[in-house]
Design a binder for this molecule. Structure first.
Ligand code: PMP
Ligand code: GLN
Length: 433
């Protein structure tokens, strides 16, 4: 019920908060699933990433929260996109791209899979270009999570998994990743399978822990899915950001024998090329599974940005050494950040890939992760993400250990990380009193 001012009256908000999850409107289900529902006002909050960036701006804090690089992607790729937009002799028309994406990019993704993973994909039917990985994840979950079923993932997990699972009318169940190594407990995953389970969501390399699943771990997840008749969505957006000292090289799940019958994989040019704003992603898998995903995807965005797609195709074909240089720069950022966090008394993990470390705050404070992040932004001038926001909060069983973890991004220039660490060193003890 709306009041004259357009705001929901208190009684309506309270009433909505009491409605069982199953009977709430979709907008509220999505928000509850992603921890962005404000139960007091029954309104939707921005994502944890946007809230953290806004708080960083408001308090002039160094933003180690939202995962975006503070240096642009490679100049030659920016120039390729600009040329593609303005020179019709070079790029595609600035009109709708095909629903599956530009053929040149589908071919480049297939070629990258062949070269990197020895996986053969038919670019005409087994590669689909999406508006960021986000759209691929959404389409796969809506396509494969059966209404009334359960969806399994390792916790903490990317926020959109919760929202999309709720939109599909399914329930997300988490299996915690445990400190200090955050390796996936595949036995616990199998123990969580019930006769209602329809889908497994995995993310390797993993946000926020940086864990790269081993070939054996991937093989076992595929085996579980095959034996129990489940599908898998494997989020591989950090595939090109694995560090030299990782215990395992990343392999797409599609390289596991038998995986293509049950799994689709999602990739992101934004992450691969430090161009998160371009929102070009892809989803790969068998003709049969991708056809089902298409059923949803073509009514989400239909298609997007042909010039960006064209430019990314050039980048995938020849990265000019960018992937190796970027991974090395990220690994150096990780080391700088870990050193600073350790000096401040926190216990950061050693991410093998991606943009983030997670740090245990238990030794320096009794505050919860979310409370600590508030103090950190306001009084220390450093913004970070409470891992609690990446867990399933509307269920009572939320894991305590995960509530004490805080995620810090190292996809930033060394001077940005150094400034954040200086602030931690100088201000954290007083801020924690
Ligand atoms: N999955 C994970 C694990 C992520 O960290 C992100 C953030 N980049 C996404 C998906 C979304 O990717 P994109 O920006 O390409 O939509
Ligand atoms: N993937 C980014 C992160 O984990 C954020 C993406 C977003 O803001 N939606 O920080």
């Amino acid at each position: 019920m709306l009041s004259r001012s357009g705001h929901q009256s208190e009684s309506a908000s309270a009433a909505l908060s009491r409605v069982p999850l199953d009977h709430r409107p979709l907008w509220a289900k999505a928000a509850i699933g992603a921890n962005t529902f404000d139960f007091e006002t029954a309104t939707v909050l921005p994502t944890i990433y946007e809230r953290t960036t806004a708080a960083a701006l408001a308090h002039d804090a160094v933003n180690l929260g939202q995962g975006f690089p503070d240096r642009e992607g490679p100049d030659w790729l920016l120039a390729a996109a600009a040329e593609a937009i303005t020179d019709p002799q070079v790029g595609p028309p600035n009109q709708y791209a095909p629903g599956l994406g530009l053929p040149v990019l589908r071919e480049a993704v297939a070629e990258d899979h062949r070269r990197r993973y020895d996986v053969t994909l038919d670019p005409a039917e087994q590669v689909m270009i999406t508006t960021g990985a986000t759209e691929g994840i959404t389409a796969a979950i809506l396509a494969f999570a059966e209404p009334g079923s359960e969806v399994l993932t390792f916790e903490p997990h990317y926020d959109s998994y919760g929202a999309c699972t709720a939109l599909a009318g399914a329930e997300l169940k988490g299996v915690p990743l445990r400190a200090p190594d955050f390796r996936p407990d595949v036995d616990a995953l199998e123990a969580a399978v019930t006769d209602r389970t329809s889908l497994i969501l995995i993310n390797t390399p993993h946000n926020p822990t940086g864990t790269v699943f081993s070939p054996e771990e991937l093989r076992r997840v595929v085996d579980i899915a095959r034996r129990h008749g489940l599908r898998i969505m494997c989020d591989e957006v950090y595939e090109h950001l694995v560090f030299d000292d990782a215990a395992h090289r990343h392999r797409t799940i599609l390289s596991v024998p038998g995986a293509q019958e049950v799994a689709v994989a999602v990739g992101s040019a934004g992450k691969s090329f430090s161009l998160t704003g371009w929102k070009v992603g892809w989803i790969t898998g068998s003709t049969e599974l991708l056809n089902k995903v298409r059923g949803v995807k073509q009514f989400l965005s239909f298609s997007s940005g042909p010039a960006y797609q064209w430019a990314i195709a050039q980048g995938l074909r020849d990265d000019h050494g960018f992937f190796a240089a970027n991974a090395a720069a990220l690994a150096a950022g990780r080391d700088l950040l870990r050193e600073g966090l350790r000096e401040a008394g926190l216990r950061p993990n050693r991410a093998e890939a991606g943009y983030f470390v997670v740090a245990d705050i238990a030794e320096v404070t009794e505050l919860s992760g979310p409370q600590f992040c508030e103090v950190l932004t306001r009084e220390v001038g450093v913004a970070a993400i409470p891992v609690a926001a990446l867990t399933i909060q509307h269920r009572a069983s939320t894991d305590d250990e995960l509530q004490r973890l805080v995620r810090f991004a190292f996809c930033k220039e060394p001077r940005t990380i150094e400034e954040a660490m200086r602030r931690l060193r100088e201000r954290l003890p007083a801020a924690l009193g």
